[in-house]
Design a protein around this ligand. Sequence first.
Ligand code: F6P
Length: 538
Amino acid sequence: MALPSTLPQWQALAALAAAPAARTIRDKFAADPARAQRFTRSACGIRLDFSKTSIDADTLAALLALARAQDVAGFREKMFAGAPVNGTERRAALHVALRGEGGFRAAGEDASAEVAATLARMRDFVRRTHEARHITDVVNIGIGGSDLGPAMVVRALATPADPLRAHFVGNVDGAAILPLLEELDPARTLVLIASKTFTTQETMANAAVARAWIADRLGESAVGEKFCALSTNARAVAAFGIPESRTFGFRDWVGGRFSLWSAIGLSIALALGWEKFAALLQGARAMDEHFRAAPDAENLPLLMALVELWHATFLDYPARAVLAYDQRLSRFAAHLQQLEMESLGKRVTVDGNLVGYPTGTVVFGEPGTNAQHSFMQLVHQGPRVIPVDFLLAAVPGHSLADNHRILAAHAIAQSEALLAGKTEAAALAEMLAAGMDEAEARRLAPHRAFPGERPSLFLLYRTLDARTLGALVALYEHKVASLGALWGINPFDQWGVELGKALAGPVLAELAPGAAIGSHDASTVALIASFRNLRGEA
Ligand code: F6P
């Protein structure tokens, strides 16, 4: 396959990006009174406004032409058909089969039948756990996709009326697990070991701590009844001592960052109840259907991918901020960090050729309005342009109507301010009108001016229920898949995490007192030696 950048459609976009108006937005609003409507689409209860970007009719047409040339639709259909779209691991990427719709096949097998059977077992287990009433807390031990998705969903949808409290332990830092175990009653706690591979060092270390806690406090025989495993590795699970009846499996065609819909989501169903988990899946399924059926120009995931392609590759904007004006989504950016950066942080195409153009964007975020009092200074006035995704619910999940209007006003005003900016002349005039000394006003004017023309997307939905959250997460998943096709990279592998994991093995051995320090760069040798010295274990 040729590099996408050799396509004429790519060259056409490069030419548009080099034009003087490529980065301007305000002039496009001035020229087109219908711009806001023209660049807004809705699906699955989500209203996407991308009018506050520099995309105009020509850019959009050129982006859609590139999507056709790169056969995003073909890639999407291969993904839904269970073809091995994850070529470097020779696997399908069939997370869409997990949303409970029948008819999916992978590697010649009926993937949907297996999904249905696992969902039925999960549902039964959740019902029995709730009915037994002796469990009050569930601890999910897992990291990356075996932590971030479920933790984000539980934080988003939890209410005081929920059946169980859920806790998430990802980090191998003992400061994560120890205080939690101290506060829990082992007799009333269920521990889920969530690991696709059941080999991840951090998770297995924490699992051993939890196992010792249960065995010490309740006896070795309790291990089989206090733990569940959520994993593809049945053999390692059995070796840990968790019976088959408490093991919930999935297949290698579920990538970690796409796995919250699988058995990895058991913590969600236990904590929030089966109905909310089912509604989450339904919301994702609705977005799947939209992604497959909607024409390109109406297709939310594809449009978001095209906006990102325009920003990241053609305008060379290296980062994007995700600002959910929704405290319940306080871990949404963390989930997207893995979903997007682990998927799209690639420098070679599926054929192994160097891409030679920017791919994965740095994603970061905090809930609004907190973000405004932290990093938004840089987004408004820094020399580099950082596009923003705003997310907002019209109706909050609480009764403080005034607070919610303030929150919403800030979200909308931030998007307006990023676009509008303020000229030096306007800043000067404001200060003079307020009675400031002219010399002082002139000194301050450059500091108080805003360039504006800073792009943002606005995702508005009625309320953040389980269905809407499912649709939102699936929207970003399909955006990621579309970007993989557009950039010609594999969005489903993650080889970039392997080297550090491998090097941690020898370093761990060399951190032991008296161990010989092997061959490393001089800085690494000195770090190992200093660590041991500072611990008095040289
Ligand atoms: O960090 C790499 C990674 O493989 C992620 O893709 C994955 O979500 C995480 O580790 C956890 O893996 P596992 O579920 O196998 O423990």
